[in-house]
Write a protein that binds this ligand. Structure first.
Ligand code: MRU
Length: 344
């Protein structure tokens, strides 16, 4: 994504890998639609996009008083936050912008708009830096020649760049470790098949695509050394919400004695939630399950359940790689300490 002449330019991820197409969002409705329909997706990426969306919402509003500006900002933030409930980065980014409007002084609406745009740029820039740091911490956990299984897409596409789980893979690759990746296809929307394999091929990182159901047998054959995934929200006790199917991989990794790593910036940690049971899990349209790339693959009338995420209990997670260091169990203490150091 990039901010260009007052417009948010987004790579339309729903079109990949068939086409590399960009959409130009000049208003908040365009950004909200792009987030809701996964044109832009992945927890950190939707946080950054929403921040720019808030700027667009306020730019098009009629000039008014400072109080009216703040009220409109709150309303636009509520609208953007309603697009997807699970990834906390969305509300984290919006709240970060809203906080800049608090307190006395700070000028009128025009100056406030400038402040918000600067903050949106900062969120974007800091995410990229966070991912590079996470990559450095995480790659130390991987032995040379490691074969890494990943799920969904936690790469450059899902962030401001470099990626979280794939940032660790990238850093290991850059360190010359001869890393190889197995990408789960990630039904129903195929983020692994469409996006992760595309991203890694572009980088020249060896990648093999498997369907989700193959992961257990792959591990049983001794073909995996570690699992690394991203996260959409991490509760205070270390429970992790991530793409549906992550929990199953964690159970399989535990059964096969493999390390299961989560890579996520501290902006994904939500210390206000005691455990994963409190994380809101998005349920999406049945059509995503009954259809594959627009073609119906299930009979008319069949019932469908389509949660977009699941929760992996902390006890199945070997370590959480953050942008401030690697958290180990017990996560209630280790995550709180990392967040305290960062004044979160
Ligand atoms: O529904 P999506 O594609 O937005 O889900 C994305 C994931 O589950 C990612 O693993 C997560 O957001 C981490 S991205 C760095």
């Amino acid at each position: 994504m990039r901010w260009e002449d007052g417009v948010l330019v987004l790579l339309d991820q729903t079109r990949l890998p068939a086409a590399v197409e960009y959409i130009r969002c000049a208003d908040v409705e365009c950004v909200a639609e792009a987030i809701r329909n996964l044109r832009v997706r992945g927890a950190p990426a939707i946080g950054a996009a929403a921040a720019y969306g808030l700027v667009l919402a306020l730019r098009s509003a009629a000039p008014g008083t400072r109080e009216e500006f703040v009220a409109r900002a709150k309303e636009a933030a509520r609208y953007l936050a309603s697009t997807r409930p699970t990834a906390v980065n969305l509300t984290w980014a919006l709240n970060r912008l809203l906080r800049r409007l608090e307190g006395p002084g700070g000028g009128g609406p025009a100056e406030m708009l400038e402040v918000l745009l600067e903050e949106a740029h900062a969120i974007y820039r800091e995410d990229l830096e966070a991912n590079r740091r996470m990559g450095r911490f995480g790659q130390e956990l991987l032995p040379p020649g490691a074969r890494v299984l990943t799920h969904c897409n936690a790469g450059a596409l899902a962030t401001a760049g470099y990626g979280t789980a794939l940032g660790v893979v990238r850093a290991a690759h850059e360190a010359g470790k001869g890393i190889r990746v197995y990408a789960c296809e990630t039904r129903p929307l195929l983020q692994g098949a469409r996006l992760t394999s595309w991203e890694l091929l572009q980088e020249g990182i060896p990648v093999t695509l498997v369907t989700d159901g193959m992961a257990g047998y792959l591990m049983a054959q001794g073909m995996v050394d570690a699992v690394i995934v991203g996260a959409d929200r991490i509760a205070a006790n270390g429970d992790v919400a991530n793409k549906i199917g992550t929990y199953g991989l964690a159970v399989l990794a535990s059964y096969h004695g493999l390390p299961f790593y989560v890579a996520a910036p501290l902006s994904t940690v939500d210390l206000t939630l005691e455990s994963g049971a409190e994380i809101p899990i998005e349920e999406r349209s049945p059509q995503e399950v009954t259809h594959l790339c627009g073609v119906r693959v299930a009979p008319e009338g069949v019932g469908v359940w389509n949660p977009a995420f699941d929760v992996t209990p902390a006890e199945l997670i070997t370590a959480i790689i953050t942008d401030r260091g690697v958290a180990r169990p017990p996560y209630r203490e280790s995550l709180a300490a990392l967040c305290r150091d960062k004044n979160l």
